[in-house]
Ligand binder design. Structure first.
Ligand code: PMT
Length: 337
């Protein structure tokens, strides 16, 4: 896998309440520009940019692979600059990490823009179980071995992992906060412009909808004894999808996800997102059934459900093994259109 590792979980501590910075406006017409003007980019961004550019260049020159930028996991909203408290969401990164593996299997190179410490392709098979990692090992003749119960499956995973690494097909790019996510997504999409239609954005991350602007963020831990209660006044995170579609990646295929908990509004919300952002595909899912069924909603109003059969559920087939080949098909159609 490419790339030095960065830790994003300790956001930088500059930019606490500063009355010179203009107040962040309520989400409106030019909210994207305002956001990037009033928030600072992560200091490590130029290094990640250089790595991404060389990854993209490598595939343009040597492999001709298509590239999928997969976003994965939830973003945090820090309430303090020296962050003790933050708002988070449920996403573990299962959809993103699993999808990334199937993109790789389908011949794509993958930029995996993920929440640090959420699930990663390949290691997810062992990091998100109720087993302790030591349960996968046994002691034999004073040495450690992989338990025969797990070895055959682990060998398959190891082979795929090594194939992704040796072909330089997977680059891991972390974020923790919504600010880091937005700056990195913008930078990544600019870098991917060179790929034109061969780039695909698969936006599976659960991005925070509300946040505390840097201009209003206290430097230090909010003291609990000060008032007895905490009233948090959050702003709406601008919907950057329109920016991505119109400006950051106008020639790439863009797939967003829509998560709902009420099945009666899922299709309506997915269709509304397509109308609003004018991109190519929304994959709708319900929190309760997201591992068993999703729906592809397209601008022609077609709705195509992808469902695991009972047998597939029993035999642990992953729904992403059905989703990704279908996405690849859509990408090919779109490239040729
Ligand atoms: O990680 P798991 O536990 O497996 O869960 C996976 C998932 C359920 C989180 C995933 O499948 C999913 O549905 N992700 C999208 C969640 C969602 O509904 O996001 P949204 O409605 O807030 O945003 C819709 C789309 O707009 C998203 O694709 C997002 O990338 C994009 N967006 C969101 C906020 C924002 N400020 N700008 C954006 O562009």
């Amino acid at each position: 896998m490419s790339g030095k590792s960065y830790h994003t979980s300790n956001p930088e501590t500059e930019g606490a309440i500063d009355r010179n910075v203009p107040d962040f406006p309520i989400a409106g017409q030019s909210e994207e520009e305002s956001y990037f003007r009033t928030h600072s980019a992560p200091s490590y961004l130029p290094e990640i940019q250089a790595q991404l550019e060389s990854f993209i260049e490598y595939h343009l020159k040597n492999t001709g692979k298509r590239i999928a930028l997969v976003t994965s996991g939830g973003t945090t909203v820090p309430l303090e600059n020296n962050t003790v408290r933050f708002i988070d969401n449920f996403s573990a990164g299962t959809r993103g990490a699993t999808s990334a593996e199937y993109f790789l299997e389908n011949g794509y190179a993958v930029i995996f823009l993920h929440r640090e410490f959420s699930l990663l392709p390949y290691s997810r098979h062992y990091s998100h179980t109720t087993n302790c990692f030591l349960d996968y090992m046994v002691e034999k003749d004073n040495k450690i071995e992989i338990s025969p119960d797990f070895a055959p499956e682990m060998l398959q995973v190891l082979r795929k992992y090594n194939a992704a690494k040796s072909s330089n097909s997977l680059i891991l790019v972390p974020f923790t906060t919504v600010n880091q996510y937005l700056f990195t997504l913008r930078m990544g999409s600019e870098a991917l412009k060179k790929m034109g239609k061969n780039a695909l954005f698969y936006l599976a991350a659960a991005v925070s909808d509300f946040f505390l602007p840097q201009s209003r963020m206290p430097q230090h831990k909010i003291q609990s004894q000060a008032s007895g209660k905490l009233i948090v006044d959050l702003e709406q995170v601008p919907k950057f999808l329109s920016r991505l579609v119109d400006n950051w990646a106008p020639r790439s295929m863009i797939i967003s996800f829509k998560l709902e908990t009420d099945d009666s509004i899922l299709i309506k919300k997915a269709t509304a997102a397509l109308d609003k952002y004018q991109h190519q595909l929304v994959i709708g899912n319900l929190l309760q059934t997201r591992k068993k069924e999703v729906v592809f909603v397209k601008p022609d109003s077609s709705q195509d459900w992808v469902r695991l059969t009972d047998k597939q559920v029993e035999t642990n087939v992953e729904i992403e093994s059905l989703i990704i080949p279908k996405v690849v098909q859509e990408h090919t159609l779109w490239i040729n259109s």
